[in-house]
Design a protein around this ligand. Structure first.
Ligand SMILES: [Zn+2]
Length: 131
C-alpha cells in the first residue's frame, strides 16, 4: 500500500482517537506509517542501496517468495495488544497498526501478492523448517 494512503489513514485514526487519548494519537503515525520501514530493510538487504525511486521499482517488479517482515506480523500486533493493557499509547499503536495491517492484507489479496510476505513469524519458521 502506498505510503500516502497510510499517512491519510493514520491521520483519520488520530483525529477519531484524539478526544480519548489526546497527544498520544501522534503514535498512530508510528504504527500506521513507520512500520513500513520493513520495506526499506528488505530492499537494503537485497540491493545494498537506498533510493526511493529504485525502491518503488523494486517493489513493483519483484515477486517475493514468502519473506518475513517483523513489523508486518501478527505477533507484532499481539505484542501491541498485550502492551495496551499497561499504557494507553499502546492502544493507539494497536488500533493504528490493525488498520495498517488490514489494508496491507486487502492490498495483497487484490493484487495477488499474498505469497510475498508471511503474516506470522512462527508460521514462517515452521515453513522454513518443515517444508
Ligand atoms: Zn505496510
Amino acid at each position: 500500500m502506498p505510503p500516502l494512503f497510510h499517512i491519510i489513514l493514520s491521520t483519520i485514526i488520530a483525529a477519531i482517537l484524539y478526544p480519548f487519548y489526546g497527544i498520544w494519537v501522534l503514535a498512530a503515525y508510528i504504527s500506521g506509517v513507520l512500520v513500513d520501514v520493513d520495506h526499506l530493510i528488505e530492499y537494503f538487504k537485497t540491493e545494498k542501496a537506498l533510493s526511493f525511486k529504485k525502491l518503488k521499482h523494486y517493489y513493483k517488479t519483484t515477486d517475493f517468495d514468502n519473506i518475513f517482515q517483523p513489523f508486518h506480523s501478527v505477533e507484532f500486533l499481539i505484542i501491541l495488544i498485550i502492551l495496551s493493557f499497561y499504557h494507553e499509547v499502546f492502544i493507539v499503536l494497536a488500533v493504528s497498526y490493525s488498520f495498517h495491517y488490514a489494508v496491507d492484507f486487502i492490498f495483497q489479496i487484490n493484487n495477488d501478492f499474498l505469497h510475498h510476505r508471511n503474516f506470522s513469524f512462527f508460521y514462517w519458521i515452521y515453513q522454513k523448517s518443515f517444508k
